[in-house]
Ligand binder design. Structure first.
Ligand code: HEC
Length: 195
């Protein structure tokens, strides 16, 4: 009887060991479900939020020379400042949308110029290979956009004008890396690009 009890105890012990081992081998728990529901592609965020907003900001301040004279285009009225602010807020916050995981394009999206531009599927491969590089380029876009929002909040047209070029550089550097990298050039990190 005593011997039987030992076997039972041993058996129970082995069961515990098996359970623990089983737990160890279990796959890591799934990451917590996010509340975000990314719906648009990167191409859509670009074409519908980033690009139209940047265009309004760039075009809101300019010196236009014509036969009739020199026009200093600036937001002047409250309504004009409110309009550029809408674009600046959209642009700045779009950078957060670009940090949420989303595909570059829809499955049917192709490259418009396959000889020079990568397809969304190829861009996805690049982005997955090193997600930090993508985040760094998005951060540069944020860093270039926020001075424009600040300038608008201060109704400071000169700073708005002077911030335009840095914005262009932030767009172009990311596009050069992911969209139309120079042929044969290894894709480099943002810090290696001229700023
Ligand atoms: C973090 C990287 C990144 C930054 C910064 C960035 N873009 Fe893009 N952009 C992309 C990628 C990737 C695509 C997708 C290319 C494609 O459509 O195949 C794209 C596509 C576009 C498109 C094409 C959209 C379409 O409908 O085909 C436009 C226009 C554009 N970007 C404008 C801009 C402008 C303007 C800025 C700066 C204000 C900017 N982008 C900043 C990565 C970036």
């Amino acid at each position: 009887m005593r011997r039987f009890a030992t076997y039972v105890t041993l058996g129970a012990g082995m069961l515990v060991v098996a359970l623990v081992a089983g737990c160890r081998a279990a796959p890591p728990p799934a990451p917590p479900a996010t509340e975000f529901r990314p719906t648009a592609t990167v191409r859509e965020v670009m074409g519908n939020m980033v690009d139209p907003s940047a265009d309004i900001l760039w075009e809101s301040v300019a010196t236009i020379v014509s036969q009739t004279g020199v026009e200093e285009r600036r937001p002047r009225t409250d309504d004009e400042w409110a309009a550029v602010k809408r674009s600046a807020v959209t642009l700045v916050e779009a950078t957060n949308l670009l940090l949420i995981d989303r595909p570059t394009g829809r499955t049917e999206d192709i490259s418009a110029n396959p000889s020079i531009e990568l397809s969304p599927a190829q861009i996805d491969v690049l982005r997955k290979k090193d997600p930090q590089v993508w985040k760094d380029f998005v951060k540069k876009l944020y860093d270039a956009s926020t001075p424009m929002l600040d300038a608008i909040n201060n109704k400071d047209a000169d700073t708005l004008l002077n911030s335009g070029e840095a914005l262009d550089v932030a767009c172009e550097n990311c596009h050069l890396h992911y969209w139309y990298p120079p042929k044969g050039a290894p894709a480099s990190a943002p810090s290696q690009k001229g700023e």
